[in-house]
Every structure is written in C-alpha cells, then in structure tokens.
Design a protein around this ligand. Structure first.
Ligand SMILES: [Zn+2]
Length: 60
C-alpha cells in the first residue's frame, strides 16, 4: 500500500496570492468541530507569501 507517502503535499487556495493549488507550508491537523463530529482540516501557511491557509477535508 502507499504507506511510504508520508510527504504528501497539502494544497489549498491562498486568498492573498489568489491562487488555487498552492502548497501549504508547515501543515498541521486542525480538525473542525461539526454538528456530526469533528471534520478533518489542515492549517498552515502559504509557501509563497506566508499567509495563513486552511484546507478542509485533508489530514497531514
Ligand atoms: Zn500566498
């Protein structure tokens, strides 16, 4: 299986660069509390401009 793929890059939309598919630097799991339980989400910074980024539905 794909157990070795630990360096999965998380990408998201950067509101500052206005670019989708931007790599998120220092991604960290930051699950959101939802009505039906916690939802996976990742928090980090834009690899280019360092703006805070958030990606819902992903885990590190
Ligand atoms: Zn950016």
């Amino acid at each position: 299986m794909a157990e070795k793929g630990k360096e999965t890059k998380i990408t998201g939309y950067c509101v500052k660069c206005k670019v989708n598919g931007r790599e998120i630097k220092n991604p960290k799991n930051a699950p959101m509390k939802g009505r039906s339980g916690p939802r996976p989400a990742v928090k980090g910074n834009c690899a280019v401009c360092d703006a805070g980024m958030y990606r819902i539905g992903a885990t590190v």
